[in-house]
Design a protein around this ligand. Structure first.
Ligand SMILES: NC(=O)c1ccc[n+]([C@@H]2O[C@H](COP(=O)([O-])OP(=O)(O)OC[C@H]3O[C@@H](n4cnc5c(N)ncnc54)[C@H](OP(=O)(O)O)[C@@H]3O)[C@@H](O)[C@H]2O)c1
Length: 344
């Protein structure tokens, strides 16, 4: 038995390349007292990982060169030296890009993810990394707590077919809002309208996005859930209503940038007394029970839907991650690292 690991070999300049990663085989670690050994089943790939590859001060530490890439994981306990866990149980952990890892509950920091036991009967275990996990919760607190949408208002969300954006639009509909998506392809737009029930979706790959968005938002924009920054934010700012709210969730259009991009014209923010509020989901951990209660129920009732984009095998994590930053994923990007005993 070996532990396959994907290490950070180089800090990328611009877009990451496969050679920035190194795949190695190491010994499977042995759990000490209080630790569990976890076999990874699902690895989440998320845009924030691009920031962790840089050596710059941020809200979370960088990955050290030669260390495994970080990431949320769902796996099976294979050995336990913690009385609270039994082999065979499924746990949410922050195990990173590797096939085995140790996790520790009592009093130790293992990252923001636990280990937390999952009930495979309650929901597919992979949802703990998507709609019922960090991306879903980001959508929930970002939209409901910071966006404060009211029935009848227009909510626009970018990266609308992705893990966070797809939930934002559906939550906006549940609140009685008009939900408009912005995404990178016709397929993605068709999906968010036809499958997820958004009112409309526009591609940002058009010459005049502000005009196309204006047609989709005849009453202006009350909430813009920003996942991308850049040109989409620029177009939205021309259409904001007085007292609009902009939860600033992500700026993926800049994650591979080598030069600071030219700033948007913020005059409408001033004129319209717009609140732009940055946030990080981990500051809102107190909202977890409410989020899981609401979204778990809506998922079971069929009011929330989700889509997963799955690649098989840890060795494909680097190419899948590079693709995620290019918009190649369609839905929550996951790597199937090992057999999932809960799924046929
Ligand atoms: N603040 C927080 O706590 C928090 C937590 C989770 C996620 N986030 C942020 O939320 C955003 C979405 O994350 P996610 O996990 O849901 O990822 P995702 O939407 O599933 O995947 C990323 C998507 O971003 C889009 N994209 C890539 N480059 C773009 C560009 N230049 N312009 C416009 N869109 C671009 C692509 O879709 P298209 O085909 O539509 O371009 C791609 O599929 C990211 O910015 C992420 O960093 C923030």
């Amino acid at each position: 038995m070996t532990n396959r690991r994907v290490l950070l070999r180089n800090r990328p300049i611009g877009e990451p390349k496969p050679s920035d990663f190194q795949i190695v085989d190491a010994d499977v670690p042995k759990p000490a007292d209080g630790e569990i050994l976890v076999r990874t089943i699902w690895l989440s790939l998320d845009p924030y990982m691009r920031g962790r590859m840089n050596d710059v001060k941020s809200y979370a530490p960088s990955v050290e060169l030669g260390q495994p890439m970080v990431g949320g994981t769902v796996g099976e306990v294979v050995e336990s030296r913690d009385l609270a866990f039994t082999p065979g149980e499924v746990v949410l952990t922050y195990g990173g890009w590797q096939t085995y890892h140790l996790a520790k509950s009592a009093g130790a920091r293992v990252g923001p993810f636990g280990p937390i036991k999952l009930d495979p009967k309650a929901a597919p275990i992979s949802t703990a990394l998507g709609i019922l996990g960090m991306p879903g919760m980001t959508a929930y607190v970002g939209l409901y707590d910071l966006g404060q949408p009211k029935a009848g208002e227009t909510v626009v969300v970018s990266a609308a077919a992705g893990a966070v954006g797809s939930v934002v639009g559906q939550l906006a509909k549940i609140r009685g809002c008009r939900a408009i998506g912005v995404a990178g392809s016709k397929d993605k737009c068709d999906y968010v309208v036809n499958e997820l029930g958004f009112d409309a979706c526009v591609s940002y790959r058009v010459p005049d996005l502000a005009t196309v968005l204006r047609d989709a938002c005849p009453n202006g924009i009350d909430v813009y859930f920003d996942n991308v920054g850049g040109d989409v934010l620029k177009a939205v700012l021309r259409l904001v209503n007085p007292f609009a709210r902009i939860p600033l969730c992500g700026i993926i259009s800049q994650y591979n940038a080598t030069e600071p991009p030219p700033g948007p014209n913020l005059a409408p923010v001033l004129m319209n007394r717009v609140t732009i509020r940055g946030f990080i989901v981990s500051d809102h951990a107190d909202r977890l029970p409410q989020f899981l209660g609401d979204c778990g129920r809506w998922l079971r009732d069929g009011r929330l839907k989700y889509r997963e984009d799955i690649v098989e095998g840890l060795d494909r994590a680097p190419e899948a991650f590079i693709g995620l930053l290019r918009g190649r994923n369609f839905g929550k990007m996951l790597v199937k690292v090992g057999a999932d005993p809960t799924r046929r």
